[in-house]
Design a protein around this ligand. Sequence first.
Ligand code: CTP
Length: 394
Amino acid sequence: MILNNKKIVLGITGGIAAYKAIELARLFIKNGAEVWPVMTKAAANFITPLSLQTVARNPVSQDMFDLSQESKISHIDLSEKADLVVVVPATANIIGKVACGIADDLLTTVIMATKAPVLFAPAMNSNMYENKIVQHNIERLRKIGYCFIGPDEGDLACGYEGKGRLAPHEDIVDAAEECLAPKDLKGQKVLVTAGPTREAIDPVRFISNPSSGKMGYAIAKAARRRGAEVVLVSGPSYLQHPRGVAFIKTITAEEMAEAAMRHYPQSTVVIMAAAVSDYRPKISHRKKVKKEEARLNIEVERTQDILKELGNKKRGQFLVGFALETEDILANARKKLKEKKLDLIVANDPTGFDGEVTQVTVIDGEGGVEALPPLPKSEVAERILDKVVRAMKG
Ligand code: CTP
């Protein structure tokens, strides 16, 4: 968990979306972070320090020149203790002030004094957001290393519809993690497959499996946070497309194979987390099969083993496979590692298929074996990527 024990100075400015900062503070804390809120004068028109303090569990700082407050937590204190500063909502005003080097209140002073990364989550009227001065200020800040998330398009509080809505909380948390993640996959092109495939029996029935895609999606997100360019080839999944990732939607093993092969030559790392169906019906009926017969025999044929094909066509790519086993886990995983010419294999059993937590054993090309404890899939994704980075360096 990247945010675990991290100190986040949460700057809240005077926009209607200020009330959303309270829920965001809760989410940061849920992810293990400490939240130190700083409110501008205008923010106090929208939310009260009391509600913020209750959720954040830390004092809310508001005034630079309030001696009693400054003696408890000074602006220098805040700027030094911060691992990250997040400004939510970031109005045109605060973006403009920071871009021009103005530090005339507590929040702008903390931003000026800190060496920590600063993430802005803009929210404002769409005309304001599109204003050339605002765009120029954002561009200028981006160029010198400030981070931005959003805004999104949609209904705005001012009655307009357009670009200006605060990004969803989950995206802000994800962007905060990105600010703090090591960029050890920068320059790498990572191809990830995820989810199940579906092989049609007829227009309303198919052969598939209960894979949710959570593991592959977690890997794609983590690789992007660590600086990689990521292509995610996904089978049918109810999960949201991860932001900042090129997304290819597929249904059958054949479509997944085609997409994976197309992106393979330019990839440097491939992580095949998809639960590809090994069989498909030999005949896929164009019309619904009626239940006239007492028995129905479906003849099946093998689908292509995508990973084996990738292994055979390997040109320097670092290849990671998964092994889903119900018995002789290690022996079977080792066999797949060798047969599919992999650099790393992640063995698991089906108990973690659709859950948030999974227990895996990672086996590398040198025969090294590490059994990880049961962990959230987001954490397992980080551990797998740690191993990829270490092995590639080696
Ligand atoms: N895989 C693949 N194409 C297939 C089947 C599997 O690319 N048609 C990949 C999976 O994405 C996984 C690895 O191969 O990374 C191992 O998959 P798994 O289902 O554990 O094993 P199989 O190779 O299908 O062998 P078996 O079902 O006999 O265990």
